[in-house]
Write a protein that binds this ligand. Structure first.
Ligand code: ZN
Length: 150
């Protein structure tokens, strides 16, 4: 388990250092800002959603801790090409894992690469960091107002 944990940390540090799909997205038709006051994480999520509800492109920018940035980075990789319903479903499963009891078993397969963040469930304060980009993304899909994790 500790080897796995180390591997997960490497993935998170890599995405923090070299975030994928980083920067404002030209032609985005959904933009949303998210803020986590507990940690100071702030980011914007840009989506290009087509008429069929498929996320054709997704990018983010902002600043925050390693977990919030890596989570946003992996989210963009995970969601490109998915439709809105699939995006909501993946977030629902991911949210369930990170808010579950630390001793509960979970299905890592069902959340794909986001499984690297499963360990945050042992640190409730960090759950907000790991889910900020996702809350912001779902809010963008609904085209609602700016979100905070409060
Ligand atoms: Zn944070």
């Amino acid at each position: 388990m500790s080897d796995l944990r180390e591997l997960y940390q490497q993935v998170i540090l890599d995405h923090n250092k070299n975030p994928r799909n980083f920067g404002a997205l030209e032609g985005a038709n959904r933009v949303q800002e998210g803020y986590n006051p507990l940690c100071g994480d702030q980011l914007q999520v840009y989506l290009l959603v087509n008429d069929e509800g498929v996320i054709e492109d997704i990018q983010f920018e902002g600043s925050g801790c390693a977990i919030s940035k890596a989570s946003a980075s992996i989210m963009t990789e995970t969601l490109k090409g998915k439709n809105e319903t699939e995006a909501q479903e993946i977030f629902a499963r991911f949210h369930e894992v990170v808010t579950s009891d630390a001793s509960a078993s979970y299905d890592a397969e069902s959340i794909g690469k986001m499984a690297v963040f499963a360990g945050v469930r042992e640190f409730p304060m960090r759950v907000k960091c790991a889910t900020l980009a996702w809350h912001t993304m779902t809010s963008a899909l609904k085209s609602g107002d700016s979100v905070t994790t409060e």
